[in-house]
Design a binder for this molecule. Structure first.
Ligand code: HEM
Length: 535
């Protein structure tokens, strides 16, 4: 009884303290004068937690609502961090092509990625070292390798469908299956059969799959907020990371000891690289780069593949036209059969347009963050309230001509996923899934201008930060896996369409924002049927 009374008093005291904190926080926002050089602060009740609930549940809806109230540049508190969103193509460019002296990716991401990828790579090294490591990876992403990969990916898809979708071989109709789980498994098998190398693919059927699963459990929003907690999932993450590293190192050692010619794959490419200082990549660094590639490509491509299955299940006409496109481009008239898929002819117009539209409507990474390491001015052009059609007149007047400054220690956020469905840029059908838009407009992104090219140390890429279509990011941190992802997704989708038809057994799923990347929310069931006469 005494204990209960004590607990009751403690709970009351806690509730009182919370109410006081909320009241002080609200009063401070309403009464304290705000430095006009700071972007407007999004109104919030609870200190520290800030806007975590509304942002976490629907980030793009949250950003849209804030833009309407505050204009394209605003600051919101989120779990102890202060984040300034700079919306729109100019805002994306400001963050993604920001000066190294001002914006920093390592400090924004390392607490999440280093325990998973391992040390001495990616965000655990200074930017110039990452740029060199990206150059090393590019040596493994050659046209010659992509040519080999198409056949390997196709075979994996066929085997997977036979073994896991059409269960007993004799069946032609699959039971309702989960589109994301299917895509996830196909993605990890195809990536390991190609990029990761023969040995990893063989181990995927055994111990490696469990290690992957445990490591993946350390790549969640909880890990982003709390990098280290005394929980079993964190211990499993750390154990899996160490075991995976050992596994890659043992492959490297076996290959070195073997007299056979090694496969010309990513491992071989990395073994032959050295830094500008003359130092070679160590085995440990190679292992960690391989883990980084596995993780960077898995969630992004698996989610995109799942959306592909769902969109085609929903839109039978599009599925039929993709099949007809295969016949149009690949039918061998003499044999009456479809020619095997090949790298050079993989990207047919509708298939490419479909993948582009998937990444417009369902970008796995809708927002990208950097930490501010030196007080950073935001040019008026990025945040000019007068250029913001939704902002109120009083807001525009108050902020006319303002140039904001974001202080060191806070974060900036670009949201390409927001611009990619902005009606002000794409027109009234911005939120409609229409692969045809890429055929009608000749592959043009509205308002995009040629911004020239730049080499950050790993090959020339288009600067393109001011584009309204940036599913692979821009600038020095731009994705290096784009071509591989296109080969992987193109081959998977074409193979599925050639051999099967399928339907979505439910309403189109909503977005699930509770994972690191945007996934389709459950349920997400489709039913596959083998084509009667697969050509
Ligand atoms: C970076 C998207 C597939 C490896 C990025 C970034 C985006 C992105 C938006 C920029 C991150 C930032 O600026 O903060 C995607 C999408 C993919 C995909 C949508 C598939 C549909 C892959 C694959 C690989 C990969 C298959 C590996 C083979 C990387 C690497 C970086 C990166 C190494 C560089 C990180 C940096 O420089 O900071 N990706 N990615 N990605 N991605 Fe991908």
């Amino acid at each position: 009884m005494g204990l209960l009374a004590y607990a009751g008093t403690a709970a009351l005291a806690l509730a009182g303290l919370l109410a006081l904190a909320v009241a002080l926080n609200v009063a401070w926002q309403l009464l304290a004068p705000r430095d006009p050089r700071r972007p407007p602060l999004v109104f919030h009740y609870v200190p520290v937690i800030g806007c975590a609930v509304s942002y976490g549940m629907d980030p793009l809806g949250f950003l849209d609502e804030c833009r309407r109230k505050y204009g394209p540049v605003f600051t919101y508190p989120l779990l102890g961090r202060k984040i300034t969103a700079t919306l729109g193509p100019l805002g994306s460019n400001f963050v993604l092509n920001g000066k190294l002296a001002h914006v920093n990716a390592e400090e924004a991401y390392t607490h999440l990625t280093t325990p998973v990828f391992g040390t001495e790579v990616v965000y655990d090294v200074p930017n110039h070292v990452l740029m060199e490591q990206k150059k090393f990876v590019k040596f493994g992403l050659t046209t010659e390798n992509f040519r080999r990969y198409v056949g390997l990916i196709r075979q994996e898809v066929l085997d997977y469908m036979s073994k896991h979708v059409y269960a007993e071989g004799t069946k032609t109709v699959s039971p309702g299956i989960d589109a994301f789980d299917t895509s996830s498994e196909i993605t990890v098998l195809t990536a390991s059969a190609t990029l990761q190398g023969r040995e990893i693919r063989a181990a995927m059927d055994k111990s490696f799959a469990q290690l992957y699963h445990d490591l993946d459990g350390g790549f969640t929003p909880l890990n982003f907020v709390f990098p280290n907690l005394p929980l079993p999932s964190y211990r499993r993450r750390d154990r899996a990371q160490a075991k995976m590293r050992e596994f890659y190192i043992s492959i490297l050692e076996k290959r070195r000891a073997s007299t056979e010619e090694p496969d010309l794959d990513m491992l071989t490419a990395l073994q032959n690289q050295e830094y500008k200082t003359g130092e070679p990549l160590t085995d440990k660094q190679i292992a960690h780069i391989m883990i980084a590639l596995l993780m960077a490509g898995q969630h992004t491509s698996a989610a995109t593949g799942a959306w592909a299955i769902l969109r085609l299940g929903e839109n039978q006409d599009l599925q039929r036209r993709l099949y007809e496109e295969q016949l149009e481009y690949h039918l061998d008239k003499e044999s009456g059969k479809l020619r095997p898929l090949e790298y050079e002819t993989l990207s047919t117009p509708l298939l490419s347009a479909f993948i582009k539209e998937l990444l417009r409507m369902h970008p796995p990474l809708h927002s990208l963050m950097r930490k501010i390491i030196l007080d950073c001015p935001v040019p008026t052009s990025v945040g000019a309230p007068s250029a913001e059609p939704h902002a109120s007149e009083s807001f525009k007047k108050r902020n006319e001509g303002a140039e904001y400054v974001i202080p060191k220690g806070e974060y900036v956020l670009a949201a390409p996923g927001y611009s990619q469905v902005d009606e002000g840029i794409w027109g009234k059908d911005a939120k409609e899934f229409r692969a045809e838009r890429w055929l009608e407009d000749g592959n043009k992104v509205p308002g995009e201008e040629d911004e020239g090219e730049e080499d950050y140390g790993w090959g020339k890429i288009s600067k393109g930060g001011k584009s309204a279509y940036l599913p692979f990011g821009a600038g020095r941190h731009r994705c290096i896996g784009e071509q591989f992802a296109n080969v992987q997704l193109g081959t998977i989708i074409a193979t599925l369409v050639r051999e099967n038809t399928w339907t979505l057994d439910q309403d189109f799923p909503a977005n699930d924002y509770t994972t690191m990347i945007v996934m389709p929310a459950k349920p997400r069931k489709v039913t596959f049927k083998r084509r009667e006469k697969a050509l």
